[in-house]
Design a protein around this ligand. Structure first.
Ligand code: ADP
Ligand code: ZN
Ligand code: ZN
Length: 713
């Protein structure tokens, strides 16, 4: 063999074995390829997608007999991913303790992984959309309120990041639209026109938003200027949107958390709407927070960042604290406040029903039922929230005490009456409802507790004789994950609510978010207490945000409310009416709630006053899972790993739902007052965890993973 002249490239790709963080594989190629080039490379017997991460400057003279493999092809027609994108991916991989190649490939649309270069070339040759050249078309803007204008002006003048703290219906979206417009009209400093990224928590909110943005901007910036990116799209659609963002045809990307990784070379503005929403945290693979990455990306790429919410996360609230004499620095974010609602009626009056005073086992207290009845009779709509789907959380035998436990999980199987099944919501295991108790044969088996199915059924029965103004009987409908499985069914059901066919809408938190129902004047949470006593310290924060958001669904149309002569109400049925969460809700006082919660967090040295990470271990037995974590902890101490002096490692414990699909789960918490120290420690611990895993006594370990800044404990 003679020496060959070739160029060397170091490629990020997803290797199935979870090999260390940050490693690249080297390949040869015939011509120099700039970093960011998408390539296909051989890996074992397969061919996979990779991103050129580094390239050697000079021509490499391969030694004789070198066995390095050549790349299989270049994805021609797709410009290399720019340095800003690569830095974002590298940061995310490092921070969330995952392999670079895994994060890089997961950040790309799935079809790029599957298409061969020729197929992609064909895809790229298809006639594109009309050019995104700006036209003279004037954008129709509505006059901003004083609060909106003041927020807009400060976002325009300052560099941020901004926390837009605005009540539901205060017109935050209108502020986003104006800021997006300003960003898009700005002179571009590169080859790519300026771009904006707008993120929302739920897929089902993107169509509404897309319509609003398209209406505003398509005339001016072209029909293809607004694209979506979320997991509800088909792979070809996602690829199309991604390419449009990457090459600058798309000026605005609307998406869910995954959109934070969109390649947008002209990015000038990032909006994170409902920034407190837990769905911004990815729950598998690299467990990134799209909100936190948005802040990082904005700073790196020189884009402004706006986080918006009526109930900000306590992290963002704390980060936006104003400076005081004791705290002259203040927070890193600029807080902008919009307390007034626009075009909407007054905030819903909060009514607490003390369930201690109600007949035992009453689902609907008499006053709540009365209030709903009156609204139906007046033609108004109500919304009833219960965060548990199915008919009942468990079936139970009166004679022997049998319960419908899932055989594979430490959880009950939920009773679904519609199709008479028992379903495990953790592993999916489903059986038909048994006619008799499987243990003692007794026919006396009963549903315990209630879910949305039961609520819908009971409410329909209770409102049986109630008529709407048009003489028709009251109509109750339900929206939750079970009724919306089929594609398009959610849209269809929402449409029924909008057109007024439905009088009472029953559902899970899915219905509390973002929807702009015009005729809802009553919202009720029938059983919200569970979250008050959760072991998760964020549960009260979540509950408060959910109830505030739900309350915001009522009375959104001031003119309607006035014409009806009605008052919009938020009802809460509770055994703890004096609880701080409900007190703050009653006064719509997020600030008081946040102050109280932050005080507790400060006293207990919890986030945002400390930083946390979890390591979770899944194994055949709980002993193996915990044994692995204990051994890795001992090894960390033995090696006196960096950062350990300021990082506290807590002992391993089983997860709340300890067993899922026959796998035992344990986790351990790490906490530090220093984010940097925690990061240093995690980086140093990673190889120790790997090494511990390969020891024979931990053979029963199925997997382990790290969750940095976990959102659920
Ligand atoms: P948020 O996102 O804060 O909940 P939206 O931006 O959706 O609020 O605004 C609530 C409603 O008020 C929408 O129907 C919107 O069209 C309307 N709106 C917003 N700003 C104005 C304004 N300046 N003048 C009139 N109506 C407005
Ligand atoms: Zn029995
Ligand atoms: Zn199960």
């Amino acid at each position: 063999m003679t020496a060959t002249t070739a160029f060397l490239v170091h490629v990020a790709l997803h290797t199935p074995s979870h090999s260390g963080v940050g490693d690249l594989l080297s390949y040869t190629c015939e011509r120099p390829l700039p970093p960011g080039t998408l390539v296909r490379v051989p890996l074992g017997k397969r061919e996979v997608l990779g991103v050129v991460w580094d390239a050697d400057q000079a021509t490499g003279e391969l030694p004789e007999g070198a066995s390095m493999r050549a790349i299989a092809g270049v994805l021609e027609g797709v410009d290399p991913l720019d340095a800003a994108w690569r830095r974002l991916v590298a940061f995310a991989a490092r921070y969330y303790q995952r392999a670079l190649g895994e994060v890089a490939t997961a950040a790309l649309p799935p079809q790029l992984r599957d298409l061969r270069p020729e197929q992609l070339a064909r895809r790229l040759r298809r006639p594109g959309k009309p050019s995104a050249e700006s036209s003279e078309f004037a954008i129709q803007n509505i006059a901003l309120s004083a609060e909106q204008e003041s927020a807009r002006a400060r976002i325009s003048a300052e560099s941020g990041p901004f926390l837009l703290f605005g009540s539901t219906g205060s017109g935050k979206t209108e502020v986003y639209l104006r800021c997006v417009q300003e960003a898009l009209e700005a002179e571009s400093d590169g080859a790519c026109p300026t771009q904006a990224l707008v993120m929302v928590p739920e897929i089902n909110l993107t169509p509404q938003l897309e319509e609003r943005f398209t209406q505003r901007f398509a005339g001016r910036f072209g029909a293809g200027a607004v694209v979506s990116l979320h997991s509800g799209m088909t792979n070809p659609q996602r690829l199309k949107s991604w390419l449009a963002a990457h090459n600058g045809t798309a000026r605005i990307v609307l998406g869910t958390r995954m959109a934070v990784f969109a390649s947008m070379p002209g990015l000038k503005l990032i909006v994170v709407d409902e920034e407190h929403d837990p769905s911004y945290k990815q729950q598998e693979g690299a467990r990134y927070s799209a909100r936190d990455l948005a802040i990082w990306r904005g700073r790196e790429q020189g884009a402004k960042v706006i986080l918006g919410s009526a109930t900000p996360s306590l992290e963002s609230w704390h980060a936006s604290r104003p400076s005081t004499p004791e705290d002259p620095e203040g927070g890193r974010y600029v807080r902008l406040h919009m307390p007034s609602r626009i075009g909407a009626g007054a905030l819903a009056r909060v009514r607490r029903v003390d369930m201690n005073q109600q007949p035992r086992r009453a689902v609907f207290s008499a006053p709540l039922l009365q209030a709903i009845t009156e609204r139906v009779a007046r033609g108004e709509q109500s919304m009833v929230l219960l965060n548990r789907r199915g008919y009942a959380p468990v079936l139970h035998c009166v004679d022997c005490g049998w319960k419908s436990d899932c055989p594979h999980c430490s959880a009950h199987q939920v009773f679904h009456k519609t199709d008479r099944t028992l379903r495990c919501h953790h592993c999916g295991f489903t059986v038909r409802v048994p006619p008799h108790c499987p243990t003692c044969g007794s026919p006396d088996i009963h549903a315990m507790g209630r879910g949305t199915e039961q609520l819908e059924e009971q409410l329909a029965a209770l409102l049986r004789n109630v008529q709407r103004p048009d003489g028709n009987p009251a109509r109750v409908a339900r929206i939750d994950a079970d009724t919306t499985k089929a594609k398009g069914s959610l849209e269809a059901q929402l449409a029924q609510v909008h057109t007024g066919e439905v009088d009472v809408l029953v559902g899970t938190q899915m219905i509390a978010k973002g929807h702009d129902f015009r005729r809802i004047t009553l919202v009720a949470a029938v059983q919200p207490d569970g979250a008050l006593f959760s072991s998760d310290f964020r549960a009260p924060e979540r509950l408060f945000a959910l109830l505030m958001q739900a309350a915001g669904r009522a009375g959104r149309d001031a003119a309607y409310v006035a014409a009806q002569g009605t008052e919009s109400e938020m009802w809460v049925q509770t055994y703890h009416p004096q609880h701080a969460v409900y007190e703050a809700l009653r006064r719509h006082d997020y600030e008081a709630f946040a102050a109280q919660q932050l005080q507790e967090r400060r006293d207990a040295a919890m986030p945002p006053f400390a930083y946390q990470a979890l390591v979770r271990a899944d194994a055949r037995t709980q002993e193996v899972a915990q044994g692995f974590l204990s051994a890795a902890t001992a090894a960390a101490h033995a090696a006196a790993l960096p950062g350990l002096d300021v990082v506290t490692l807590f002992p391993p414990v089983p997860l709340t739902v300890q067993r899922v699909a026959n796998v035992e789960r344990a986790q351990m918490l790490m906490e530090s007052s220093s984010r940097a120290a925690l990061q240093r420690f995690l980086a140093a611990w990673q190889p120790v965890l790997q090494a511990t895993r390969s020891q024979p006594e931990h053979r029963g370990l199925v997997r382990w993973l790290v969750d940095v800044d976990p959102q659920t404990i």
